[in-house]
Design a protein. Structure first.
Length: 352
């Protein structure tokens, strides 16, 4: 098959769940003899290159994707227009367009179009964009009305789509179990680890408040974002044993998780969270928030709690105490999310 993926951010120049999904699936599809193309922003330069068997097609110059912690609407529109102008999708058997940031999905048509949903925002648009949220919600509904094949990466997103009349097949994200097994544990570990973009929606404020209730608990917060400076200052004022580190290599993150006790995911909104599954693969229980918009609460093995500092603190303590008992269950949970299995499921969708 000749397969085209459409998404502006490209792995490994940008490291997020969507990028990781395309990369892991794409390289496996290419290894099986498929022609795989990725239309994205030219983070690597202005020429077509091959990376891990995937042909990377530059469609727009590198730009800032975020402004004040939110995805820039202008970037999404310009990228979508560039993709439509540059690409001849008629020569592809399947076009897999990641729905977010929406405009590429609006601009592109193909008889075998797959729309991959990583989240469905609905009323959350008003909270995210204020009065512009009505525009965002309308665009999301227009994309949902597309007659292409809809795929959701979680049952949570599939249920939300069904509420607006869209039937989506669930093909989740995955983890590379063989690669994780090869990584050695770091010499130093932490009681609690968080990794992700440092934006308000990730709930790191709540995590710091919870850590204040657990004296002598070490914590590593890995990530960058507009909230970092304020969070570092808050941690200092609270007197926490909290260490902040910019995004590290994938191997470095796995190494640290293998030496640490508990992974914290205090967000109330998660489309999936590959990093949490990778934590499970390292034997770490995941503490996350019990919320209808948090897909991770249905996917990972660990403990769910309410979104209060007291509840989160109690869950973190319980997870640390039960780590040895939960370890086996965590690793077993991840086996069904191996990328090889997930890619085969996606091929079945493409072939249909």
């Amino acid at each position: 098959m000749k397969i085209a993926f459409i998404y502006d951010a490209v792995y490994p120049w940008i490291k997020g769940g969507v990028e990781k999904r395309i990369f892991e699936m794409g390289r496996r599809l290419a290894a099986e003899g498929n022609e795989v193309y990725w239309f994205g922003i030219s983070w690597w330069g202005d020429r077509e290159i091959e990376h891990s068997g995937i042909r990377l097609i530059p469609c727009y110059k590198p730009v800032e994707l975020y402004s004040k912690g939110r995805r820039k609407i202008s970037e999404a529109i310009l990228f979508a227009a560039s993709v439509k102008r540059k690409a001849n999708f008629n020569k592809f058997d399947v076009v897999d367009c990641q729905v977010f940031p929406y405009f590429p999905a609006l601009f592109i048509s193909h008889q075998n179009l797959v729309l991959t949903w990583h989240e469905f925002w609905g009323d959350y648009w008003k909270e995210y964009l204020g009065h512009l949220g009505y525009f965002g919600k309308a665009v999301e509904r227009i994309v949902a009305a597309n007659e292409g094949k809809h795929v959701a990466v979680s049952s949570t997103t599939a249920r939300q789509l069904l509420e607006v009349g869209v039937e989506a097949e669930v093909v989740p994200n995955g983890v590379d179990l063989e690669e994780i097994e090869r990584v050695k544990a770091a010499e130093k570990g932490y009681d609690v680890v968080f990794a992700g973009r440092l934006i308000k929606e990730k709930g790191v404020d709540l995590l710091l408040d919870a850590l204040k209730l657990i004296p002598d608990t070490s914590c590593l917060i890995v990530g960058e974002g507009p909230e970092k400076k304020r969070l570092v200052e808050k941690s200092r004022k609270l007197g926490l044993n909290c260490h902040f580190h910019g995004f590290t290599s994938w191997e470095g993150m796995i190494s640290i998780m293998k030496s640490s006790k508990v992974f914290a995911l205090p967000s109330t909104r998660e489309g999936f969270s590959i990093t949490s599954l990778e934590a499970n693969a390292c034997g770490m229980p995941v503490v996350t928030i019990n919320h209808p918009c948090n897909a991770a609460s249905e996917i990972v093995c660990g403990i769910t709690c309410d979104d209060t500092a007291k509840s989160l603190a109690e869950a973190l303590v319980e997870a640390m105490e039960r780590k040895k008992k939960l370890r086996g269950r965590c690793v077993k949970n991840v086996r069904k999310y191996d990328w090889d299995k997930i890619t085969r499921r996606m091929v079945e969708v493409y072939e249909r």
